[in-house]
Design a protein around this ligand. Sequence first.
Ligand code: FBP
Length: 549
Amino acid sequence: MEKSALQIARAAYQPKLPAALKGAVKAQEGAATQSVGNQEEIKALFPNTYGMPVVEFVSADSENNEAINVGIILSGGQAPGGHNVISGLYDGVKSLNRNSKLYGFLMGPGGLVDHKYVEFTDELIDEYRNTGGFDIIGSGRTKLEKESQFESGIAILRELGIKALVIIGGDDSNTNACVLAEYYAAKKYGVQVIGCPKTIDGDLKNEQIETSFGFDTACKTYSELIGNIQRDCNSARKYWHFIKLMGRSASHIALECALETQPNICLISEEVEKKEMSLDDVVTYIARIVADRAADGNNFGTVLIPEGLIEFIPAIKKLIQQLNEVLTDPATGESREFGCADEQIAFVKGNIAPENLAILESLPADVARQLCLDRDPHGNVQVSLIETEKLLSRMVAGKLAVWKQEGKYNGKFSAQHHFFGYEGRCAAPSNYDADYCYSLGYNASRLIANGKTGYMSVIKNTTAPAAEWIAGGVPITMMMNIERRNGANKPVIRKALVELDGAPFKFFAAHREEWAKQTAYVYPGPIQYWGPTEVCDQCTKTLALEQAK
Ligand code: FBP
């Protein structure tokens, strides 16, 4: 593969490890844990993996250095740093014993079920160190949840002599990792399952997990682009830029980008829900700021929109909940099959409550259509396909036209639209993500060597220099509760949404009026790898604010 000069230089970067992982380690165990909700139900569903202690690795004189064969899967959406988790795990198992082997299952969990894999070698790993993307083995969204899949998986794991499987994924994939760990433990198959917290969305975090990997790099990449747009916007002074940002339900990415770039407007879905805002309230809020800036002669600005916004407008949320129920076949718990999209839409319209039908029909046809169509394999509405940025700018233009007629507004409104998501998911990892991911992978090798299963690899204290990071594991059952998914109650990892009483949101809320009125843009520029530590090694503003003592 031909490489750029930057790629060649970057490949030589040796990611930092916590001091505790340099050399032999032993696991120090804390007290027994319990799930974040529905303790009795979760305990009953996970009798073999419930209640295990949080573990932390500390230096030891020696450790178990038997050769081990390990498998790894990349699951779900790409996130910067995935290749470093793999190289960290590879180096970790090889440091235990040179005869250890690492296998990668191809194109996501489906590779395990279909027995498609590759064995990693030094050459293959070296080709991908510190690079973005998941292309070393590919990723996929196959949902690992059926006994037949678990049994098919064990066949290939046994054939390859694999003792442990590492699943790199978000909340849904780690929920599946937990179910698989429990199944293999119950059957006494002797295969450990370890999860690893990945997602650019930043919604897999809790008291034990400081951040999911990829969030840092993705947000810095989007912030660079937003900064560039803001420079353009402030140079030409003639457009309002409506910028939708990935992130699924949670608004962490939009909030982090707002903290980094200080746009005129950033919507936070969780606040829209809390304030019970209607679509018209959201449009009025934006139009008000546009009109106020126009009164100062500023007919330009930037609006950040989290991709999940539409799901948080209470009336639309109720509609989506009912759509999810009717789109699931109660007999199988699977999505209903339809011959074509129009048949699916007609079925939906004929089966939802009149008030929900009224909301559906009040939405622009393209949005209504997308809401009625297929979910992803985990039952999520595919919000990345809904063009909220265009919907909002259209509605704002309509409102401003009315205000103009009423003499309440006398500006010019011209909009540009952007959607940032895929631009950042495969960016080369920042120093933070390169170090964090490598440490997560290396740490997973120690969880395996210490016989752990049903644990997620965790690295904490990451706002301190890497040497001071804390390495260990958290039982996945600790993060679980029961939620309604696809028309049924399911044990799932609780998703972390933006907390309105959390430090990042409070900081934003304290400054947003000033950012709306003034043109206070910040232009973060591209991610840097070499240079002063305050330029190259900073974590996200979200993490810094959350962890500030
Ligand atoms: P994960 O939750 O799997 O990490 O995916 C993140 C994400 O990028 C979301 O922000 C986005 O809504 C979704 O993936 C898009 O999915 P796809 O890659 O299937 O288009």
